[in-house]
Design a protein around this ligand. Structure first.
Ligand code: URA
Length: 237
């Protein structure tokens, strides 16, 4: 790992601390490296080997952030938007970092699991049309789902007369509620698949990406870092 300047390390790992704030913390003697007070902002360290603490709190080095957000309705999956609130604006200061973006989209009126990361390689994998990382949704419909629809989804249906979908799984939970698992992400895909059967989606929530399930302790609008095993499970897809 290349060496990194101490002030850059601190501000990079603590998004609410600017480079100048970091220099001030150093000047005040509040920063230790491997247990020894370090006051020089240009001190060089190996981020993966040195133990840095600010006011006694050890900073865990994270090259990339992987964030699970429970998106509410009315918020758009974009970094910036002139009209609507974005998923980035929901993040608490300690989870903000330049370069973060949503690795996959949900419609403005859909809710649930959005993955935010600054790891371009993982994001590419999630967004690539050939990656087929499964995404599971809870769906509520306007009308009951006929028994023939799971087989139609499984067979790889055609939507809007021309777009061929990959096989998808549909598990009926009650007459108007089901789980749907997609292995791709076409524009408004679930809404259009049900529309093609004469039905209409009235509520859509993404509940899992790959092997990672949306944490039911996260209320709508809340976010948390993925745990190590969750990151591994996504990276290994
Ligand atoms: N399918 C949709 O129609 N909308 C979403 O937000 C996700 C999947």
């Amino acid at each position: 790992m290349p060496l990194m300047r101490l002030d850059k390390f601190i501000s990079g790992q603590m998004p609410s601390v600017s480079r100048n704030d970091a220099k001030e913390l150093l000047k005040q003697g509040l920063v230790t490296v491997d247990g020894v007070v370090e006051k020089h902002y240009d001190f060089k360290l190996d981020p993966e080997k040195s133990v840095v603490a600010v006011s006694g709190n050890v900073i865990t080095y994270r090259e990339y952030l992987y964030i699970m957000l429970n998106k509410p309705s009315g918020v758009v999956c974009a970094v910036k938007d002139k009209i609507s609130q974005t998923v980035m604006e929901l993040l608490p200061p300690e989870l903000r970092r330049p370069g973060l973006f949503p690795a996959g989209r949900l419609d403005k009126d859909s809710v649930g699991f959005v993955l935010l990361t600054d790891d371009g390689e993982l994001a590419h994998k999630m967004l690539s049309p050939v990656s087929h990382v499964p995404k599971k949704y809870f769906v509520r419909l306007a009308k009951p789902v006929p028994e023939s629809v799971p087989e139609l989804f499984r067979s790889g249906m055609t939507i809007d007369g021309k777009e061929k979908c990959l096989p998808a799984e549909l598990e009926i939970l009650s007459p108007r509620e089901c789980f749907v698992t997609l292995h791709e992400g076409k524009y408004h895909q679930i809404k259009r698949m049900f529309q093609a059967t004469g039905n209409m989606v009235i509520y859509l929530k993404r509940i899992a990406i790959g092997g990672v399930t949306l944490d039911d302790k996260l209320s709508e609008g809340e976010a948390r870092l993925l745990e190590e095993n969750e990151i591994k499970s996504l990276i290994s897809y």
